[in-house]
Ligand binder design. Structure first.
Ligand code: ACO
Length: 351
């Protein structure tokens, strides 16, 4: 029987660390100013979100989302002992694409030096749930023999599209830049628990406008009808969120998908080495752990120092804890995600 195996893992975060204390002093180009630009502070952010710091790219136009993806992808490909030319499919999850179209996966393909190779390129738009959605796609492609070496990347560049004024503080404090990637391939085995054992992806479009970033409205002509530099008119270019509704639905979606993953596979927490939840807010994860009765010593978080990197959080967190010596090859992981859409899901896989 063909099963999907994780062959390699890699991640990347930019060097610049932005602490909660520095954040209120940043302007819209995230340059530090003498005076406070937004009314927020370390105490509020740490208490309500668990976040202490996050990473930002430079603001000089030198780094795009595909560059973050490239660094993580190169590390994952090297970790799999492969060459970029052996990748025959790229699935890239992002809510911060380089440009509106074409998708960011083709820019990554070019930067990997494989633009002339036979490699399918998909962009997926499931925000914080992209890793589980992408894993489900990759698993189906590999099991059917459609592709043999799938590069699945989550990459986000949030720091250029946040509202650094008091108006945007509820969203602005949450997000950071970063990328994570895995390379997946087939494995011939009789073990039904090997590799990617389970994936489930869900959505509820009723929540679509509870967390969104509009930028334009294609139903209108002109489809961009505001002055992007006018502070009173420009809210369409910043993410908008009903934090409480997101919080409640995130807890519900992640608890339900985690419990379903165990029930449908017949596994218990004794069979799982690590629980890796999406990193949106530490309080969301603590609530999920409490309600779903997850052993606390199996939970991996990175939100404290990377913030929410949406599509990147799951591979970034696994790679971080691998580098710390906690996660080891062969460990079984249950990942649970929730994001804008609403979308959510869970996966069980052996790393
Ligand atoms: N600094 C200081 N004060 C703030 C900030 C801030 N950054 N943001 C909001 N406040 C104020 C509010 O204005 C409000 O003031 P008021 O009482 O005078 O009206 C007060 O703090 C309390 O605000 P609440 O919204 O009630 O605070 P809450 O405890 O709900 O926390 C938060 C807000 C952190 C946004 C929370 O709702 C949350 O985490 N929601 C989920 C958000 C999330 O995870 N989004 C992304 C997930 S999906 C994805 O990743 C794509």
């Amino acid at each position: 029987m063909i099963r999907t195996q994780i062959l390699g893992l890699g991640s990347y975060v930019p060097d610049r660390v932005v602490t909660n204390s520095e954040l209120p002093f940043l302007n819209d180009r995230h340059e530090r100013q003498e005076t406070q630009q937004s009314e927020t502070n370390d105490e509020w952010i740490a208490k309500r979100t668990g976040i202490r710091e996050r990473r930002y790219v430079p603001n000089d136009g030198s780094v795009a989302t595909s560059d973050l993806a490239l660094q993580a992808a190169k590390r994952a490909i090297a970790d799999a002992n492969l060459e970029p030319g052996e990748i025959d499919c790229i699935i890239l999850g992002t809510l911060s694409p380089d440009i509106h179209f074409p998708g960011t996966a083709v820019f990554l393909q070019k930067k990997l030096g494989i633009a002339d190779r036979n490699c399918a390129c998909f962009d997926i738009r499931q925000q914080c749930s992209a890793f589980v959605y992408g894993l489900q796609m990759a698993d189906a492609f590999i099991k059917t023999g459609m592709y043999k070496r799938v590069l699945l990347v989550g990459a986000e560049l949030h720091s250029h599209s946040l509202d650094y004024s008091t108006r945007g503080r509820d969203v602005m404090v949450l997000f950071g830049d970063g990328a994570g990637a895995v390379v997946l391939g087939p494995q011939e085995t009789d073990d039904p628990r090997a590799g990617v054992m389970y994936t489930a992806a869900h959505a509820d479009g009723n929540g679509a406008m509870d967390l969104y970033l509009k930028i334009f409205d294609i139903a209108k002509a002109p489809y961009v009808d505001y002055d992007a530099r006018d502070r009173e008119q420009n809210q369409a270019k910043y993410p908008q969120m009903d934090g409480k509704r997101v919080f409640l639905n995130a807890v519900r979606g992640m608890v339900m998908s985690t419990q379903a993953a165990l029930a449908k596979t017949g596994l218990s927490w004794d069979d799982i080495a690590w629980f890796v939840p999406h990193q949106a807010n530490l309080r969301i994860n603590e609530k999920v752990v409490e309600v779903a009765k997850i052993p606390a010593d199996k939970v991996l978080n990175t939100i404290q120092f990377y913030g929410n990197t949406t599509a990147a959080t799951v591979p970034l967190t696994i790679d971080y804890w691998r580098q710390q010596g906690k996660v080891k090859r062969g460990d079984r992981i249950l990942a649970s995600v929730f994001g804008s859409g609403f979308t959510w899901g869970a996966a069980i896989f052996t790393f």
